[in-house]
Design a protein around this ligand. Structure first.
Ligand SMILES: *Cc1c(COP(=O)(O)O)cnc(C)c1O
Length: 684
């Protein structure tokens, strides 16, 4: 039992199928009914049940195999293990998507943060992470009889999750004139610890206990409280555990208060002036902005900031106006609210966007943080997102990579010549593997489909799954229903569409789009809406889809990562040239939807781009898929699948992303911090 518990508490099982398989083997039904939660699985089996199961031969084999997987992982010497500098990076994020059973994420931002930690563990980079433990998470999506999204919240207790309480550590953070007590939990992500802050403690009054109830509460008052807990409480929690970080990475502006707490600490311990403390704190602060529109940031009224942070600002020794100005486009304008993105940009030494294009969009959008600088010189760089390949590549495709590229494919640099061997995977082998994965996806859709789905494993299958925000245009394909149904119902070359996605509970236009797609799927046998998009569903979709469709309004998708997951599994992307696809696209590995992007007249752009999309599907994508050799293999398509795997699995891997962060931001930040330590002001 103890050993199994150790396996459960190390989230390494989320990317080592041999360890995951141990839990599945113990009790396949319980594994599914607990939403793949190994702690619940073990507690429901009980000591006696586990002991009985462990006598079975299949469990013993699975256990041996899990042990091997674990020791192989920890015995290999990762790239950064020898890095001499005692550099510790502290990574702050309001959400982390690590495992289906850990309800601390909502979507792309969280999955990216989770993938960052997993790749960091693979590389052996010294990094610790800080987030919040939500009692109810983001809520699950149900569809009611009228076809509308309803959110269902269920509570989980920390003790039922694969995390453990950090005993003896409690810190406080200021909420106006009061303080909230914060407990700390630890999730172990391979070599990387993730500390989760929890305000649901007896010692807190009910309104403070509720701070960490749910993820992405829309009310600014509740949101700012969460940001206080994350930013200020997070720095204090690290301090209380004696973890000294040199570099602080703010994943999105939610954690900007972390910079302020650093300033407070420096002023208190080193008698620095505000300006000195700001410069020293700033040296180690890295900020990633994820939004391509100003409205995507949090904005807080001055009254609210005064109420919740007023007394704290006095402790920091920063005037209220000065603080508000940090977050204003035009400092000095008292009508302006505090925008977390401006504040983070002004507090960080290195800021980045999440794709090359998004870097450029961000320089334009936020240039006023550097008044007088021409846009091209605005110091916002970019690190293109990546996804954790061992998590997202199907085990069957990973087997092919192991066989053709090498057992350490996931640890190879993209420039390594061995990757070329992907192009030698025989077409019948890759195609048969893909068909198996597609059949598995179709099997899985029965669990989440709104209606009995009649899907055909031989039909060209599109995946479209993402948050249903209006700019993502899940309904673009529905612009001309006649033309779409002609594609769907072609007798020789049928197409089927799988949609999934939630909209934010407060996003009414997004919910309308969900309802529109659900209504269409209820009429069309070849269209399916899969409810409750989450990591498990995402995995099945990116493993089994033939085509991954992404058609946002251009410039509004900062990066997009689901297309990377799909592309690395051999799905071909059909996408607007936005975010990552703007730099990944080549005709050998997918298609670009022509975009008009006037941006001023969205209805005209929508019509033009829908037209471009239909044409692309009718003339190129569908014919390429159904162009078969005598054995029924789409040879040209498989050629593109190989190119897609080859380029996506390397160039858009979280491994590459983390190394880029190291080179561009972490190592230089740590050097600056070290240099400042030598200044007499610092005092040693
Ligand atoms: C990858 C992922 C996302 C992000 O996908 P985008 O393409 O960036 O929209 C969202 N939700 C889940 C569950 C994911 O796995």
């Amino acid at each position: 039992m103890e050993e199994l518990k150790e396996f459960a508490l190390d989230l390494l099982w989320t990317w080592q199928p041999r360890i995951e398989n141990l839990f599945r083997t113990l009790d396949p039904e319980l594994w599914e009914s607990t939403r793949q939660n190994p702690i619940l699985l073990l507690s429901q089996l009980g000591e006696a049940g586990v002991a009985r199961a462990c006598e079975r031969a299949d469990v013993q084999t699975a256990l041996a195999s899990a042990r091997t997987a674990r020791s192989e992982y920890y015995d290999q010497k990762p790239r950064f293990m020898d890095a001499k500098a005692p550099l510790v990076v502290a990574y702050f994020s309001l959400e982390f998507g690590l495992a289906e059973c850990l309800p601390i994420y909502s979507g792309g931002l969280g999955v990216l943060a989770g993938d960052h930690l997993k790749a960091t563990s693979d590389l052996g980079l010294p990094l610790v992470a800080v987030g919040l433990l939500y009692k109810q998470g983001f809520g699950r999506q149900e569809i009611d009889a009228a076809g509308r999204q309803v959110e269902v919240y269920s509570e989980s207790r920390g003790g039922d999750l694969p995390i453990r309480r950090v005993e003896g550590v409690e810190v406080e953070a200021p909420i106006g004139t009061r303080s909230v007590r914060i407990g700390v939990w630890r999730a172990q992500v391979g070599r990387v610890p993730l500390f989760l802050l929890d305000t649901d403690l007896e010692a807190n009054p009910p309104d403070l206990r509720a701070i960490t109830d749910r993820l992405y509460v829309p009310e600014p008052d509740r949101r700012l409280r969460q940001e206080i807990v994350l930013g200020i409480g997070g720095v204090r929690a690290l301090r209380a555990m004696n973890l000294t970080a040199g570099v602080f990475h703010l994943n999105e502006g939610h954690s900007f208060l972390c910079a302020l707490e650093r300033i407070r600490e420096l002023r208190a311990s080193r008698q620095m002036t505000l300006e000195e403390a700001r410069l020293v704190a700033r040296a180690g602060i890295v900020f990633t902005t994820h939004t391509p529109i100003a409205a995507g940031s949090d904005y807080f009224d001055s009254g609210l900031v005064w109420d919740l942070l007023g007394p704290y600002l006095t402790q920091v020794g920063i005037s209220f106006d000065r603080f508000m100005d940090l977050g204003r486009q035009r400092p000095g304008d008292p009508r302006e609210r505090l925008c977390t993105t401006y504040a983070a940009l002004r507090l960080a030494d290195q800021s980045v966007g999440v794709s090359r294009l998004h870097g450029a969009v961000s320089r334009r959008l936020w240039k006023d943080a550097w008044r007088g600088l021409p846009e091209t010189q605005v110091p916002i760089a970019s690190v293109t997102n990546g996804v954790h390949m061992p998590t997202w590549i199907a085990p069957e495709i990973a087997d092919l990579l192991r066989r053709y590229v090498g057992p350490d494919w996931w640890d190879l640099d993209g420039r390594d010549g061995r990757w070329q061997a992907v192009m030698e995977i025989p077409a019948p082998v890759l195609w048969a593997t893909h068909l198996d994965l597609k059949r598995r996806l179709i099997e899985f859709t029965k669990k989440r489909s709104e209606k009995p789905a009649q899907l055909d494993p031989d039909a060209l299958t599109f995946g479209f799954a993402r948050r249903f925000a209006p700019y993502k245009r899940a309904n673009l394909l529905l612009q001309d229903v006649t033309r779409l149904t002609a594609l769907l119902n072609s007798s020789k070359r049928p197409v089927q569409l799988l949609f999934a996605g939630k909209s934010h509970p407060a996003d009414q236009p997004g919910k309308e789009i969900v309802a529109r797609i659900v209504a269409f799927a209820r009429e069309e046998p070849r269209v399916v809406f899969l409810k409750d998009y989450d990591i498990e569903l995402a995995r099945h979709l990116v493993h089994g889809a033939d085509v991954w469709l992404n058609n946002p309004r251009r410039f509004l998708e900062a990066s997009g990562t689901s297309g990377m997951k799909a592309g690395a599994n051999g799905a071909l992307n059909v996408s607007i040239l936005d975010g990552w696809w703007d730099e990944a696209y080549r005709p050998e590995l997918g298609w670009a939807i022509p975009s008009a992007a006037t941006l001023e007249r969205p209805e005209i752009d929508d019509r033009a781009e829908a037209e471009g999309l239909y044409r692309l599907l009718e003339r190129e994508v569908v014919p390429a898929f159904y162009d078969r050799d005598k054995d029924g293999i789409p040879v040209r398509w498989v050629e593109m699948m190989r190119a897609s795997i080859r380029h996506t699995a390397t160039g858009f891997a979280a491994r590459r992303m983390v190394i880029d962060y190291f080179d561009l931001a972490y190592a230089p930040g740590a050097r600056r911090v070290e240099q400042l330590r030598l200044l007499p002001d610092w005092g040693g």
